[in-house]
Ligand binder design. Structure first.
Ligand code: FEO
Ligand code: CA
Ligand code: CA
Ligand code: CA
Length: 658
């Protein structure tokens, strides 16, 4: 007989108006519930959070961390996968005002010596939270205090290094003289996951917690390790800067000893990686160095094909930085999939697919084609040199190439992008989407005459940080709207691709509103992104924003938008897939409270609950358990704003979005 015709997936909610209130706003018929805000106790070692609670290292180490960002869900069993799972959550950075509100702010926040216990508390507010969450009979969600799975990884937690950099001279420190270990993960922004049931947490703005006053090397400058004082002055808690002992000396990377094994000159080289965490067992986190070293926004697996390599996509979120792809040496064995739950050695599978392989960087051509340029020691640069030699490294020094990933990418001729943030993959077609959030250092002709993408740091800003000229995937100067790009590859291991801009962000009234957005879907600075596969080769692309552009920010707070990609297509002559004729297809689904960015996103497997995160709200009570539809805030100054997860559900229990 004939196959039934596919029903076209369609969004079944009305695009909501912009909002500038202390509330999470969702369409009619939906609810939004606060879950696990910052400071929620994970176990009996921490008391309940309260507005006057003085945080301590002990309380913060046993409570949900601050400034929620990327997250993912890990089922405990198939039957309850949509109602009972481990939530793995990044705690990207801190708001010292909210953290230290009861004592009137951080002590010596910007000058002088920080007290050790404040630094310990701040370190413990960063990292990753793993917490078991459950849907209750009344349809609301709760976390499970004292679940043995509840766990924190902080900026002090011991971690392993693996892959080409592990055990190399580049990561020898006084803490790990064989270069195999480090302490902490930092500024974990977007998340990722693997097909074998582990979490990927990604180190983004980590350079800022270090200082290095002299003895600086090329990568310290390229990645902007500060001089003078770190972001929070953690290094000052170590006392005498010439000392290398104690728990805080590692934040000062200035050489002080005779050799690298005597100090922390290499400590920043133990950061900038994709970190793999097994949420189910009490194993150590592993930094997978083969996936490159930079300000990693996130990391997402490509389409899985049996017998072909496993690939991961990753972006470097800085102006005029690059997009990367890692291709494993090992080929995909479907027996490694779905290893969720139980006492299984998932990190051994991680080692199989993530420790040996080839890292590539993307070059986008103006004709809609692109190529992946290998970052191997023997690759040939655009000037015809061996890459290792061009970097001043020994012939087969792959560890050195990875330490200098960004300079290597410059030398190969990668395309500087408008701040790559989140990516996501349609698991059926293999199409990859990535947000390019904005770029204030993009000019029409590269007006900064010192700009060079050829590997020489002429202006001392680091190659790639100076003003770059517009190019095909980044065609707007002083780009405040940002864009989402899409590409497809013939197969996972291919080094060519085809690309197009999917949608340009803009204010509806902008002259460069290239996707023809209207008041009902105008947005800027796309950041979070998730392709929500709904079967039959169809799905919903969810776009979250982190917008500082007045053209849109004067109309609405940060938001979540939705579009079914199969409902829009590229028309001849259009700048992007979404154009003026597609405005009904791109809808505003949710708006966050004042001051926040909206980030982190996934739906439960049954698609009845969409989880998002509200980061750095300005004045939002995030009352645990409150149904925030509509959220109301008394706007009292004595309430400390709390980043939080928010669960969006339909009042009738149906699937989200449709
Ligand atoms: Fe942490 Fe690039 O956002
Ligand atoms: Ca981000
Ligand atoms: Ca951002
Ligand atoms: Ca179109």
């Amino acid at each position: 007989g004939e196959l039934p015709e596919k029903t076209a997936l369609a969004l079944a909610f009305e695009s909501i108006a912009g909002s500038m209130t202390d509330a999470v706003v969702v369409p009619e018929g939906y609810t939004a519930q606060v879950l696990i805000p910052w400071g929620t106790p994970l176990n009996s070692m921490a008391p309940n959070w309260s507005a006057d609670r003085q945080m301590t290292p002990q309380i913060q180490a046993n409570s949900v961390g601050m400034h929620h960002d990327g997250m993912y869900h890990f089922p405990l069993n198939d039957a309850d996968a949509s109602s009972d799972f481990l939530l793995s959550l990044n705690n990207e950075y801190i708001d010292q005002g909210a953290l230290w509100a009861p004592q009137g702010g951080a002590t010596n926040a910007s000058s002088g010596v920080r007290p050790a216990d404040e630094v310990r508390t701040e370190i413990n507010a960063h990292g990753v939270t793993i917490v078991r969450v459950q849907k209750q009979l009344d349809g609301t969600w709760t976390h499970i205090p004292n679940s043995p799975y509840n766990r924190r990884f902080t900026s002090a937690t011991p971690m392993e290094l693996s892959g080409p950099v592990a055990g190399s001279q580049y990561v020898v420190t006084a803490y790990s003289t064989d270069g195999t270990k480090t302490r902490g993960t930092n500024n974990n922004c977007a998340s990722g996951y693997t097909p074998w049931g582990t979490y990927l947490t990604c180190e983004e703005n980590w350079p800022e917690v270090f200082v290095k006053d002299n003895g600086r090397e090329a990568d310290d400058n390229r990645l902007d390790i500060p001089t003078g004082r770190g972001r929070y002055g953690w290094e000052t808690a170590a006392g005498d800067p010439s000392e290398v002992g104690g728990e805080f000396a590692r934040f000062n990377a200035t050489p002080r000893g005779a050799t690298a094994a005597d100090d922390y000159r290499n400590e920043p080289r133990t950061f900038g990686y994709i970190v793999e965490i097994d949420p189910y067992t009490n194993t150590r986190a592993v930094k997978r160095t083969a996936l490159g070293r930079f300000r990693h926004e996130g990391c997402w697996p490509g389409k899985l094909v049996e017998g072909e390599p496993v690939v991961f996509y990753s972006g470097h979120d800085s102006r005029n930085e690059y997009i990367y792809k890692f291709v494993s040496d090992a080929v995909w064995d479907p027996a490694d999939a779905n290893r969720a739950g139980g006492n299984y050695d998932r990190l051994a599978i991680g080692a199989k697919y993530m420790d040996q392989g080839t890292l590539y960087v993307a070059k986008f051509n103006a004709d809609g084609t692109g190529e992946w340029l290998p970052l191997t020691a023997d690759a040939t640069t655009q000037d015809g040199q061996r890459l290792s030699s061009a970097l001043g490294l020994a012939d087969d020094d792959l560890a050195g190439v990875i330490i200098h990933t960004c300079d290597a990418a410059d030398l190969m001729g990668a395309t500087p992008m408008d701040r790559p943030e989140w990516g996501t993959v349609d698991p059926v077609s293999g199409e990859v989407y990535m947000t390019l959030t904005n770029n204030t250092d993009r000019t029409a002709e590269g007006t900064d005459p010192t700009y060079s993408n050829g590997g020489s740091d002429i202006d001392g800003l680091g190659v790639g940080y100076a003003s770059a000229p517009v190019n095909a995937p980044n065609p707007r100067a002083d780009n405040e709207g940002g864009q989402v790009i899409r590409w497809r590859e013939p197969s996972p291991e291919e080094t060519t691709f085809e690309w197009e801009v999917f949608v340009f962000g803009a204010a509806a009234t902008d002259s460069d509103n290239l996707s023809g957005l209207t008041e009902l879907n105008q947005f800027a600075s796309p950041d979070g992104l998730w392709y929500d596969d709904r079967g039959d080769g169809q799905g919903i692309l969810w776009i979250e924003t982190d917008n500082g552009y007045d053209g849109v920010a004067s109309y609405t707070n940060d938001q979540v938008l939705a579009v079914v990609p199969s409902s829009v297509s590229m028309n001849e002559g259009d700048a992007a897939v979404i154009d003026a004729s597609d405005q009904a297809q791109l809808k505003r689904f949710a708006v966050g409270p004042n001051g926040c960015e909206v980030t982190g996103i996934f739906a439960t497997p049954d698609k009845t609950a969409l989880f998002i995160n509200i980061q750095h709200p300005g004045n939002w009570p995030a009352d645990p358990g409150a149904i925030m539809q509509p959220a109301t805030n008394a706007a009292s100054g004595d309430v400390r704003p709390r980043a939080s997860t928010v669960v969006i559900q339909k009042a009738d229990g149906g699937q989200i979005g449709v």
